[in-house]
Design a protein around this ligand. Structure first.
Ligand code: CMP
Length: 228
C-alpha cells in the first residue's frame, strides 16, 4: 500500500481530497517499532504526533504505589501524542507497543499547520477527543466500584466496543490483551482476572479459544455489566 492509501485508513483524515491527502502525507515520516517499545515517555517534552497504521499500543501511567495503570488501548486508525503539542505541556502518559507497530508522524509545526489548514481534520480530532474524555469519565466511575468482577467486565466491554467484531449477536476480541494488561485497566491483580474469567466462562458469558475471547450474547453482557 502506498503512503496515501495508508493515510486513508486514519479516520480523522477521511474527509480530505486526494490532493490534500498528498500534501499532508508529504510532511509525514513513517516509523516502525518492535513489540514492547516505549514510543513516548511520561513527562518528556513533546515534538511529534503519531497516527497508527498497524499494530496496537497501550497508554499508561505509573501510580503512586508503582503499579502500571492503563488509561487506554489504541489500534490502527487511532492517533496519540497530540495532547502535549496542543497544550505545550510535557507528555501526559507513556505509550508502549503491544505488538509490531507502524505509525505515520507529524512534527509540531506540521501538525498544528494541518489543523489550521483543514478545519474538517480539526473537527474530527475534537470529536475523537470528546469520545476519549467520555471514556475516561466512564473509567473513573468504573474504578470506584468495589466489585472486581464488574470492573473487569467493564474493561472487557470497552475493548469489545473499540476492537471487537460482531457476528450473530456475539462479539469476538482477537487478540485479547494479556491478563496483566486487563488487570492494569481494571485496577486489580492478574490472579483476580484469571479467577473472574473462569466465573464468566462458567456462567456462559464468554468463551475462550486460544488468544480470542468471545462474548456470547453481547446484549445480555451489556445489560448485566454496563454502567449505563
Ligand atoms: P501526549 O500527552 O502528547 O503524550 C501521551 C499521549 O497519550 C497523549 O498525548 C494522548 O495522545 C495519549 N493519551 C493520554 N491519555 C489518554 C487517554 N485517557 N485516552 C487515550 N489516549 C490518551
Amino acid at each position: 500500500m502506498g503512503k496515501i492509501e495508508v493515510l486513508k485508513t486514519v479516520p480523522i483524515f477521511s474527509d480530505l481530497s486526494e490532493r490534500d491527502l498528498k500534501s499532508v502525507v508529504n510532511k509525514m515520516v513513517s516509523q516502525k517499532y518492535k513489540k514492547g517499545h516505549v514510543i513516548l515517555e511520561e513527562d518528556s517534552a513533546g515534538n511529534r504526533c503519531y497516527f497508527l497504521t498497524r499494530g496496537r499500543v497501550k497508554i499508561t501511567r505509573v501510580s503512586s504505589d508503582e503499579r502500571e495503570v492503563i488509561l487506554a488501548l489504541l489500534g490502527p486508525g487511532d492517533f496519540f501524542g497530540e495532547m502535549s503539542l496542543l497544550s505545550g505541556e510535557d507528555r501526559s502518559a507513556n505509550v508502549v507497543t503491544l505488538e509490531k507497530t507502524k505509525a505515520l508522524t507529524l512534527n509540531t509545526e506540521d501538525f498544528l499547520g494541518t489543523l489550521e489548514l483543514y478545519p474538517k481534520v480539526a473537527i474530527n480530532l475534537l470529536r475523537e477527543l470528546a469520545i476519549r474524555l467520555q471514556k475516561s469519565d466512564e473509567q473513573i466511575a468504573s474504578l470506584s466500584l468495589s466489585d472486581a468482577e464488574r470492573r473487569i467486565a467493564i474493561s472487557i466491554l470497552r475493548i469489545a466496543e473499540e476492537q471487537g467484531t460482531i457476528q450473530h449477536g456475539n462479539v469476538t476480541i482477537d487478540p485479547l490483551p494479556s491478563q496483566q494488561d486487563i488487570a492494569n485497566m481494571a485496577g486489580t491483580t492478574r490472579e483476580t482476572v484469571s479467577r473472574i474469567y473462569k466465573l464468566l466462562v462458567e456462567d456462559g458469558h464468554v468463551q475462550r479459544i486460544s488468544k480470542k475471547l468471545i462474548i456470547l450474547d453481547f446484549k445480555r453482557f451489556l445489560k448485566e455489566f454496563s454502567l449505563n
